[in-house]
Design a protein around this ligand. Sequence first.
Ligand SMILES: [Zn+2]
Length: 82
Amino acid sequence: MMKFLILIGLLVLLYWYFARRKKKLAKNRKRELIEEMVFDENCKSYVRKKEAIKIEFNGKTYYFCSKKCAEEFLKKISKLQS
Ligand SMILES: [Zn+2]
């Protein structure tokens, strides 16, 4: 009887272990899809594309972490060009 219980316990542990691993893998895959990173030219940092502010300027696409960054960058760029 004791052996039987141990066996069941092991099976449950194994099942739990693989179930957790599967979940983790699925989570990682999801994160990869969501967290595509883009570069913020203003504060020189990487931002998640989904959260970034997209601005098209002179046929080029720029991404920013915030509206403030976008505005600052546009100001800089227009100063450079004028
Ligand atoms: Zn920024």
